[in-house]
Design a protein around this ligand. Structure first.
Ligand code: LLP
Length: 432
């Protein structure tokens, strides 16, 4: 009935998430409110690392892509599952450090890392740095030498795979700001140079072909292309690269009609492809890293809003206005991303009307979604937007000087604050 398995209805007819009554959560913590289900996060992480065990003999690490949703509590949960982390800025690194995350399990990304960020990564013992371009390679080499360190690096490669997803979140093709292109020979030249750097140790190649991808074939194709490249490096440079990072990007179910493949299937097919290619070339299977973000965080989360107004424009549409909007839910205005929604206090009733859920920001495009199937909405109702655990809180802003909502974690019916709601004082904190 609901888009995520952790949602249900209790005896009061209220929507529950992870066993907690969402109407009670809205009352206790206020709205807008992000709610994350801890058990759902843990079970997604386990499904990935158990599949890594089952299909690839455990020779790999699941590195949760913290850009999807990062806060100290999330880092603690990932750490307690024994998984790694992908961080893409000093802010994400700092969050991990503050949470006591084992930094040797962190991969540091970014297409324009500053020297301050690189230094911070080295000082804090980050496991490896994924180098994006030649000037970064040179800067890192100089920095490592000056700090007397030999960091482990990977190189980000554009494998030239066309993944069928939104243009803004497609990254594997040649016209992308991320990484070294394979087709032009740029990648091979960069590898040659990296191998010759005295203060850097090349431990892997990395690729990430995009996000919200349903089809497994492009992942398999990318893995094969990467092993081909590793074989060329081994043959021509006599250097065997021990690691292969295949990025993230697994599609999830946002709408009832979506039917993503189970993660297990992805790992089964990719593992088989890597093994087959390695056998073909007669070399050892690399240590594999994957970086799922959305698939860990999105299905675990919902956002709760209170309806403030209903506006019926005969023959045109009905607007239902809520107390948040593009500041906490930016994906509709950015990508036209669609979600399922439920009126939490009417969860047992039929979803009988199609409405536009509008935010409270000062622009017409500020919508949570259009043509959303919903129970009859009235002021005071609590709307739950489903599968919002990834790229909502992490992409939220203070547009219109709105305060960012709190994040609450639920665990088997119990709730706790993970991130406090911003106060008005927070809004002017850095103003002078
Ligand atoms: N690894 C790298 C290098 C990435 O760039 C990303 C996402 C991931 C892993 C995780 O991908 P995931 O498993 O979450 O698909 N803001 C957009 C998504 C941008 C993804 C950026 N990179 C959205 O809201 O759809």
């Amino acid at each position: 009935m609901f888009v995520s398995d952790n949602l249900s209805v209790n005896e009061k007819g209220n929507l529950t998430i992870g066993g907690a009554d969402t109407v009670a959560l809205a009352e206790k913590y206020g709205t807008p409110l992000y709610v994350m289900d801890e058990q759902m996060i843990r079970s997604a992480l386990r499904r990935f690392h158990e599949s890594m065990e089952k299909f690839y003999g455990g020779k790999g690490l699941v590195c949760y892509a913290s850009k999807a949703f990062s806060c100290k509590e999330m880092c603690r949960i990932v750490a307690s599952e024994g998984d790694g982390l992908d961080a893409v800025s000093i802010g994400e690194l700092y969050t991990a450090v503050q949470a006591g995350f084992p930094m040797e399990k962190v991969g540091f990304h970014g297409n324009n890392k500053t020297n301050e960020e690189l230094r911070y990564a080295l000082e804090n013992g980050v496991g490896h740095i994924i180098v994006d371009n030649i000037s970064e390679l040179h800067r890192l080499e100089a920095l490592a030498e000056s700090m007397g360190k030999v960091p482990h690096i990977m190189l980000r490669i554009k494998p030239g795979i066309d993944a069928h997803t939104h243009q803004f979140i497609m990254t594997g093709q040649i016209d992308s700001k991320f990484g070294f292109a394979l087709e032009t020979g740029e990648a091979f030249e960069a590898i040659k140079e990296a191998v010759s750097c005295k203060n850097l140790k090349l431990v892997g190649l990395h690729c990430h072909i995009g996000s919200q991808i349903f089809d497994i074939d492009p992942f398999v194709a990318a893995a094969e292309v990467m092993i081909d490249l590793m074989a060329k490096v081994s043959r021509e440079l006599d250097y065997s690269i021990p690691g292969l990072n295949l990025g993230g990007g697994f599609g999830i179910k946002y709408l009832n009609e979506h039917d993503p493949q189970p993660f297990e299937k992805y790992l089964e097919r990719v593992s088989a492809a890597v093994k087959a290619k390695c056998d073909e070339y007669g070399f050892d299977q690399p240590y594999i890293y994957i970086e799922p973000g959305r698939s860990i965080a999105a299905p675990a989360g919902i956002t709760l809003y209170t309806v403030g107004a209903r506006k019926e424009i005969p023959g045109i549409r009905t607007y239902v206005s809520v107390d948040g909007g593009m500041a906490d839910s930016p994906r509709y205005i950015l990508y036209g991303s669609e979600y399922e929604a439920v009126i939490a206090n009417k969860a047992n009733e039929e979803r009988s009307e199609k409405v536009t859920i509008a935010g409270k920001c000062c622009e017409s495009g500020d919508l949570i979604g259009e043509n959303m199937l919903l129970q009859h909405a009235e002021p005071g109702d609590i709307i739950a937007v489903c599968a919002t655990g990834a790229y909502n809180y992490s992409m939220s802003s203070n547009y219109n000087r709105l305060q960012k909502p709190a994040v609450v974690f639920v665990n088997n019916g119990e709730s706790r604050i993970a991130v406090k709601r911003e106060t008005l004082e927070d809004i002017v904190r850095n103003d002078v």
